[in-house]
Design a protein around this ligand. Sequence first.
Ligand code: NAD
Length: 466
Amino acid sequence: MHPLIINGQAVRTGQGFDVLNPANGAIVGTAPNATETDLDAAVAAAQEAYRTLSRRPEEERRKLCEAMADALDHHQEELARLLTAEQGKPMNGLGSRWELGAAVAWARHTCTLSLPMKTIQKNNEGTVELHRKPLGVVGSITPWNFPILIAVWHVFPAVLTGNTVVIKPSPYTPLATLRMVELLNEVLPVGVINSIAGDDRDVNIGALMSAHPGIRKIVFTGSSETGRKVAASAAATMKRLTLEMGGNDAGIVLPDADPKAIAEGVFWGAFINNGQTCAAIKRLYVHDDIYDQVCEELVAYGRGVVVGDGAAEDSALGPMQNRMQFDKVARLVADAKTRGRVLLGGEPGEGLFFPPTIIADLDDGVALVDEEQFGPALPIIRYRDIEDAVARANASPWGLGGSVWSKDIQKARGVALELDTGSAWVNKHVAIQPDAPFGGVKASGLGTEFGEEGLQEYTDIQVVSY
Ligand code: NAD
């Protein structure tokens, strides 16, 4: 059984639950099923470690974060293999090796950030200073799509700013995160990062974390439905919250775009990680003038993409991660097929394999367009008027990302500014980077991650006047 790490000690608890390889159903490993008592122990350890860590100067905490980044770097291949085995994503392409490389890049960039004291006033009247102080214990709750990368997004800014952490991965993909926490603990003082896990059956550890009086902040990445529950539960203890939730990103192809030139970018903008990506293109609006050519080029590109076991070096896409999500995508595709034209895929494959699916001639109001499919099925919608396309893109409860595709960068930039989204890209999608703040508007979330703005979310402000 993969252990939890509580107060620097390996803890094997409860019956444990099996984690299955989505490519073949084989058992990858067993994760511990933590109890409320285990959670209390993890929070107590983090509170104790906080007393010391929060008093250490920023430069010392930076050294700890650099040591964590080195540990992650040295174990990239081991973690990537475990990630592919439990998540299903391919080793290559935009898969596990990419995720580990990105995790190290994010970790290293976070190590360069700083939140120095700011002097607001210094004159005969007196001095006013703005200090950024850590919060306490941060509870991190992560999803199953990018478990390692998202854990790094949560943990590094928390520790750099002087907080300690209890992290809980998704029951679908707990193993790589548990192993990562074990490795990070080799270079950390005890209690700074603690792991907790559960199968969400008899005990829902995430719900207990959101309500726990010893936790000062929850950073949550997952669905909007669960995020709302976290917010409601956290209100009683006035926790700070960062919520990165779902999306239904629109891509808008303007009439002057070059269909062949954009096909690869649009395809991967939609199908990265089998579409199981928060900010992927989940509906594509294409101008009537080039509609047929864009459809043809996307299909031509998609036909060449190799789908197979993620462990095979030539796979560009693996299976979907779990049955629940597979069934949702199958239902949405079955419905969309009766309303539109299947250009690629369309039939569920063996096990959890679902081929990249493109369905054209759909419209708003069809579930595959309106809902977050979170899977390898892209609906294409024809439009004639750009303002109308923007209005339809914005007529969504979500507002995570969006993209505009065109040869005219300035024109596309103007359209991008019209989107009600936290991020808007031109001729690319989900092009996140560690120095650019990322977050959702509307139902897509609360708060921001990355960069200095993201770091600030792990602090409270104290103003000192004298
Ligand atoms: P999910 O909401 O089902 O689960 C996320 C995490 O919350 C898991 O660890 C789960 O165990 C935990 N959880 C379950 N019930 C809980 C409760 N009552 N209280 C607290 N925690 C609870 O999400 P998922 O299916 O793992 O992930 C897919 C979703 O995540 C998609 O909607 C996707 O768009 C979103 N996502 C968003 C981002 C982003 O940055 N915005 C990134 C990745 C994924």
